[in-house]
Ligand binder design. Structure first.
Ligand SMILES: [Zn+2]
Length: 439
């Protein structure tokens, strides 16, 4: 344990993209890590003389960046990848997903989350925000894998188990908030306004207030959600939540596809954090969020994949490319969401969205060492240009070579160090056979 705390890593000969406020970059840079913390980022010549590393990583031909943040996902839903495609959200949930979820056992969520975590690490994600059931099992997977996460018990408030779910969210906080060497934080996770009534939402707010944490919710995802809220409350979903004081607490709102200008003003006024999930919104035919307008208003936007059931990948790299391209396409304006903005959304702004930007999201001395190395000695990074444009417009998950979280190497030259992938595949396949039947 002592050795682990004192472990020093030097990443050298690397092009460092810090994503700090000054957008500092160091083409011949190095990063020094001590324990879980970055202690130096800069030109090689500036490395403190007394720094004697235990491990040296040669970053020749690579970029070093802060790890990606997946600001909205449901990691244990990896079971449903490829299971139900090409149908609308409510049919997808009610007819396909929810009936099978009833057959899941708690320990299934451990292996299903581990599958998602492996996929995320292999595509450069170093932190994620999750909302689902059996979240203590996801927490165990986060603890064992070494990743960083903000976890919420998904809270649906319209059936007999509603109270139990609130209890589980509290227990999750008691057991895991600040756990796994500080890599786990807990939020309260009301699923959506169409799965929670007003009283239940207030219970969720009370719990969040008591625990001193924020709320993670799906918001204004589909036109149906907005139409039903208007019919039922005479308010948009955003206006409805504002009217009950929901936004007086820190809120991470996933999707925000269908917003009025007034909704956007409310989100800005209350500093609501948005998780933009473009690929899930496209696949479920929900629409395309007006991200450029949100950004113009000064609203912070991170990127989320949503689950492997509605995406079907957990790649923030892919999400980043889509976010940049969609913004240009729907606005018929190629200047909208430039590459640098897209990369911010995938890193530092994602960290802000999940409430963790004081410690992660950029490479700076004093911040946690969540770093990825991306190979750029590959054809699609040639000829040389701004590496950020290459990363956003032609980058691929498989370019991610090495991933470090909290100062620990989780993947080295594409090999996972904490996850036995063959075991994960075996366990997930057994769960699939039991839950879905078939060979
Ligand atoms: Zn979701």
């Amino acid at each position: 344990m002592l050795r682990r705390c004192a472990m020093k890593i030097l990443i050298k000969n690397v092009y460092v993209i810090t994503m700090d406020d000054e957008d500092n970059r160091y083409p011949n840079g190095c990063i020094a890590v001590q324990g879980d913390t970055v202690v130096y980022v800069g030109d090689a010549e500036g490395l403190p003389e007394g720094f004697v590393p235990d491990e040296v990583i040669d970053g020749c031909g690579m970029l070093a960046l802060p790890g990606f943040v997946n600001a909205h996902t449901h990691s244990a839903m990896s079971l449903f990848r490829g299971y139900a495609n090409d149908i609308p959200l409510m049919d997808w949930l009610a007819q396909k997903i929810w009936p099978l979820e009833d057959r899941l056992q708690p320990e299934d969520a451990y292996w299903l989350s581990m599958l998602s975590i492996a996929e995320m690490v292999m595509s450069g994600v170093t932190a994620f925000a999750d909302m689902y059931m059996f979240m203590d099992q996801t927490a165990r997977a986060v603890e064992h894998s070494g990743l960083r996460a903000v976890l919420a018990r998904g809270l649906q408030g319209l059936d007999a188990r509603s109270e139990q779910r609130l209890i589980e969210n509290r227990q999750l906080w008691e057991e895991w908030h600040g756990g796994a060497e500080g890599r786990i934080r807990v939020m309260v996770g009301p699923h959506a306004i169409y799965t929670c009534d007003g009283n239940y939402l207030k219970r969720c707010m009370d719990l969040a207030e008591q625990l001193g944490v924020g709320l993670h919710i799906h918001l204004a995802e589909t036109r149906t959600e907005v139409d039903e809220a208007l019919k039922k409350y005479g308010k948009t979903p955003v206006e409805y939540l504002e009217s009950m004081g929901f936004f007086n607490l820190p809120v991470l709102a996933a999707h925000c596809v269908h917003l009025t200008p007034h909704d956007m003003d409310i989100l800005k006024e209350h500093d609501v954090q948005v998780a933009h999930c473009p690929i899930s919104n496209l696949k479920l035919g929900s629409g395309i969020a007006q991200v450029s307008l949100l950004l113009e208003k000064g609203i912070n936007v991170g990127l989320g994949t949503d689950s492997a059931a509605s995406n079907n990948s957990l790649s923030v790299m892919r999400e980043m490319t889509f976010a940049a391209l969609l913004g240009k396409g729907i606005n018929e304006d190629p200047t909208v969401i430039p590459a640098k903005q897209a990369l911010k959304m995938a890193t530092i702004d994602g960290a802000k969205a999940i409430g963790w930007s004081q410690e992660i999201g950029s490479l700076e001395p004093g911040k946690k060492a969540d770093v990825m190395l991306v190979k750029c000695d590959v054809p699609h990074y040639h000829p040389a240009a701004d590496p950020v444009t290459h990363l956003v417009y032609s980058g691929r998950d498989a370019d991610v070579d090495t991933v470090i979280v909290n100062g620990k190497v989780l993947m080295r030259r594409r090999q996972l160090t904490t996850i036995d992938l063959e075991r994960v595949y075996y366990e997930v396949e057994a769960i699939r056979r039991r839950v879905m039947g078939g060979a």
